[in-house]
Design a protein around this ligand. Sequence first.
Ligand code: ZN
Ligand code: ZN
Length: 140
Amino acid sequence: MVKCTCLCKSVEFDVNFTTKNYSVCHCKDCHKWTGGVYMSLSAGKDLSFKNEAAIGRYSHSSWAERGFCKKCGTNLFYRMKKSNHYFLMLGLIDDEISLNFNEQQFIDEKPNHFSFSNATNAITKKEMKILLDDYLEKKD
Ligand SMILES: [Zn+2]
Ligand SMILES: [Zn+2]
C-alpha cells in the first residue's frame, strides 16, 4: 500500500495502485482546477479516506466530481460518479514509487508556451469525447 496525504495532512489514505502509468490532462477545466497541469494516476474504486469530513466534493458535470481538502485547499481527485473510479493527483503520493508518464489528454488544448519532452500517447479532444461516451454507455 502507498500512503497519500494532502498538504496539511488532514486527508490521508492508502492506495494499492494497479498501474504505474499516469497521464496529464491539458483541458481548460483542468487548467482552471489545478492552476497548472493535472497529473493523475488511476487509483481504482475502493478508496477509504481516514477523514472524509475534511474532503470537499465539487460536482462539475453529471458524470464526475472533483475533490479537495477543505482545510488546505489541496486538489485531491477526479471521481467518475457511475463507476466510483478515482483518478488521484500525483502530488498526493508520499512514498517513492516507480511511475511512467504515458499519456497526454486534450493535447489540442495544451497552451503553446510549454511542452513535455516525454514520449507519450497524445489524445485529442475529439478522441477523448469518444472515450467518454463509450465509458458513459457502459453499465457497471
Ligand atoms: Zn489538507
Ligand atoms: Zn481535464
